[in-house]
Design a protein around this ligand. Sequence first.
Ligand code: CTP
Length: 402
Amino acid sequence: MNEFLKNKKILLIIGGGIAAYKSLDLIRLLKKNECEVKVVLTASGEKFVTPLSIASLSQNKVYQDIFDSEKEAEMDHISLSRWCDIILFSPITANSMAKLASGRADDLASTLILASNKPIILAPAMNVRMWLHKSTQVNFHKLLDFGYLTIGPSIGEMACGEYGEGKMSSPKEIFEFIKDYFSERNIIKSKNLKALVTAGPTKEYLDPVRFITNNSSGKQGYEIARSLSKFGVDTTLISGPSKLKKPENVNIIRVETTEQMFEETKRVLPVDIAVCAAAVSDFKPEKYEKNKIKKDTINLNLKRNIDILEFLAKNNQQRPKLVVGFAAETENISEFAKKKINRKYCDWIVANDVSNPEIGFGSDYNEVAIISKSGEVIKLEKNAKSFIANYIVKKIINHFVQ
Ligand code: CTP
């Protein structure tokens, strides 16, 4: 029995697909570990497993119809999503993913997910061609973008006889995923971890109307802050000028200049984790002119700005336990990033290519390499910035859980 699973409330949605039978085994595993399980069975799910077997295993009523409440006032789509700690859709079909990605709500499962404020985990299962179809992939990435967690699908022989990616993860794998999810959150909570994330560009004023800046949108840093806070880390985001909305449950401090970002960083210390995703201006005007500079007197002299990342990593008394920097490069990405780790005394560098307009600055996508002081290099292919953020944060969490 796992102490972190005890009394956890799992709302399991069983969708249509041969793999639906595996969810019966999953219910058994969850019940054995003293979880409470309530099940929503979709219309196509009912073609594969019977409500009677689910009710016997879960020891609870099975929910099937959005209009089947004994009393209309019960509103299952609201009460179920408020009751649970997590929602697990297993198996989820291509059709259900399409519905969730487009916000349709035409049955109990899709309606309660739309009305939910709980973590959602998806375990897709379908034929390999359906899984690899562009529309399924677009929907899947959209759902990742919404912050949904996913497990699988894995590669293997399918019920239809074909071989490939699309097989639902095994009940044991899904069970382990849920167990890890609750244990990590509990451990993080008990450690009271604090994180600081810098994001966005900075503005370095020459005079009251002119400044030096760059194209950073702040998206990658905001996503990292959002993800850290989802894992229960007390997160402060120090943001340069950005149009992005404050991520939920994140403390935000908005600044303009590098100097302000630096002052706020010092104020937030001590923290356990520092992620410097800001595109801080390396230079600032030597002198700030109080009045607008006239065009015939312009003479631009620059000086170096304080390096916030280096300050954090070198500041030995209050050094965060883990310092992560970013490296915006346009060439020789990994090579320059490795040098940056040494030069800036940080533990990891997340390197990306800002010369590619499809990724990096301003884009919703990124393609990065995570390089550690130890020499480990993890390359992440082009993916949504939210996905990249979740990956980085999961790695951060693992660092503290081990
Ligand atoms: N950084 C910082 N303070 C600065 C400059 C950069 O905290 N004054 C941080 C960024 O947030 C990022 C990392 O340093 O995490 C690397 O930024 P980058 O612009 O790629 O590197 P530079 O130090 O500017 O080096 P170079 O321009 O020579 O590549």
